[in-house]
Design a protein around this ligand. Structure first.
Ligand code: GLC
Length: 494
């Protein structure tokens, strides 16, 4: 089985959120599963300005890619080959599209030509595969950035022996971003007005929506979010299309790369620790407090939070509850990157209480690890959450999560008061500062009481098996096989 991923992020080369982690970990894990692909998975990724291309990486091919914005309508695009950890990374080197300060936009606005940029990524990937002329069984598309692949396959590659036969599985990590392309811009994707009408409507193309229709199978990253996405409240305007897929739309819970995320082998931590011997966690806590300028001997509960500054993640709920959390004795260590305006309320609280609230406004991989390990509790009050990774890491690092009952958070965290013998964290329902506060209060009280109930909670969390190899990657393989059968059956009967 030859599997090709197309994505806008892939750790450690390019990441703004969980998408990058999942693309990397899944590409590697598939090969480790029995019956997995017999050659390394290929991952097509833009060569952004910040991608550190290793010395010795070779250009395997220079493809001539149809590009409506290039002089003569063709761009020559080098494909740079990088031997990644367990898969094959293929960087699409199109400087006009990707040699920019950021991946998607300036932090306030998306780049206006994003449909063209990611359209070019997709077209370059397909041209490369077509020119190489070796069969591809499965195209694994991640989010809207890869959605044009589905449209291109059915419009430009109907007679191409490689591309037309490839099955498509579209994985939805984020339903909020559709890649809406207004009619004035569909030309940048290589489409005419009639094409737009045929695949979507006269106003333009919803790339994600159009790919949902065309993919053999669509999945999202947890069973809980798969159910929610079928409703207007969570479907972001695509719920009708998802309902129409019937059993060809499903949820597969993300795994966690348990080698990359392991407090016993995390080189960044002040001291290693494990489920059997958690003593090192205290040193991690002191280290964190020192680094953020708090009193290292302070025994008050340290609440950590990490995420993109995006309305999805509910940082406003933390800001709304912050003063009252401080009233409960809490210390807050928050790391967020992205939309700087969203950080304003947190910035004010941090400025007012520099010894008790720390706001780290950058994307900092090492600091994130120190927060997961050094905090006593981890807060994740997302409005919606297709899967979420922070809560899984927090569990593995012995830092009980406090989460909203939504999507993948509800699938991965068990409330300890609702199920005392099974609980791993604290779950609340309403997206309000009050509900968050009430859950934090329960958590803080349990920690203060200490003893066996608290220790058992940590231990149970650390024991949860999120390893990709255990169930998530095998499930993807099953779904890939089914998609391949569906594609073959459709071609056979046409
Ligand atoms: C997106 C989702 C998040 C998910 C991640 C990886 O970032 O918002 O819930 O965990 O993708 O699938």
């Amino acid at each position: 089985m030859r599997v090709v991923f197309i994505a806008a992020e892939c750790e450690p080369w390019a990441k703004s959120g969980g998408l990058g982690d999942v693309v990397d970990a899944l590409a590697r894990a598939l090969r480790l599963v029995e019956g997995g692909p017999d050659e390394p998975v290929e991952v097509f990724l833009p060569r952004y300005r910040s991608v550190a291309v290793p010395a010795g990486a070779l250009v395997s091919t220079v493809v001539r890619v149809p590009d409506p914005l290039a002089p003569g309508g063709l761009s020559e695009i080098p494909i740079i080959e990088v031997a990644a950890d367990g898969y094959r990374l293929r960087l699409v080197d199109a400087p006009a599209a990707f040699d920019r300060p950021a991946y998607y936009g300036d932090g306030r606005h998306d780049y206006p030509d994003n449909p063209w940029r990611f359209g070019l990524l997709c077209r370059a990937a397909l041209e490369t595969l077509a020119v190489e002329s070796r069969p591809v069984d499965l195209l694994s598309l991640h989010d809207w950035h890869a959605a044009p692949v589905a449209l291109y396959r059915d419009r430009f590659y109907r007679d191409d022996p490689v591309i037309s036969r490839a099955a498509i599985v579209l994985t939805l990590h984020n339903l909020a971003y559709h890649g809406w392309t207004p009619i004035e811009q569909v030309g940048q994707l290589g489409f005419g007005v009639e094409d737009a009408q045929a695949v979507w409507d006269a106003a333009g193309i919803d790339l994600l929506g159009a790919a949902i229709v065309r993919a053999e199978i669509v999945n999202t990253v947890s069973p809980g979010f798969a159910r929610e996405a079928l409703t207007p409240a969570f479907g972001m305007g695509l719920d009708r299309l998802l309902r129409a897929k019937g059993d060809r739309f499903l949820g597969i819970l993300n795994g966690l790369d348990t080698d990359l995320w392991d407090p016993a082998r995390d080189p960044v931590l002040a001291a290693p620790y494990s489920r059997a011997d958690r003593s090192g966690k205290a040193a991690c806590r002191v280290d964190l407090l020192e680094r953020v300028g708090f009193d290292p001997d302070d025994g008050g509960p340290v609440l950590g939070a990490i995420g993109r500054l995006d309305p999805q993640k509910g940082f406003d709920l933390i800001a709304g509850a912050a003063e009252r959390l401080l009233g409960l004795g809490a210390r807050l260590v928050i790391q967020g990157s992205g939309d700087h305006e969203l950080a304003e309320p947190l910035r004010r609280v941090a400025a007012a209480h520099p010894a008790r609230v720390a706001l780290i406004e950058r994307f900092d991989r090492e600091m994130a690890r120190r927060i997961y390990a050094g905090a006593d509790l981890f807060v994740m009050p997302s409005r919606f959450e297709p899967c979420g990774q922070g809560q899984m890491i927090a569990l593995r690092y012995g830092t009980p999560p406090i989460v909203r009952r939504t999507g993948g958070l509800a699938d991965t965290v068990v409330d300890v008061d609702e199920q005392p013998g099974r609980g791993t964290g604290f779950v609340f329902d309403e997206p309000t500062p009050e509900a968050l506060l009430a859950a934090c209060r329960r958590a803080i009280e349990l920690r203060r009481a200490g003893g066996e109930p608290w220790q058992t909670l940590l231990e149970r969390g650390m024991a949860v098996d999120f390893d990709w190899r255990s169930s998530s990657a095998p499930r993807y393989l099953e779904v890939f096989r089914r998609a391949i059968e569906l594609r073959r059956a459709a071609l056979g009967s046409s």
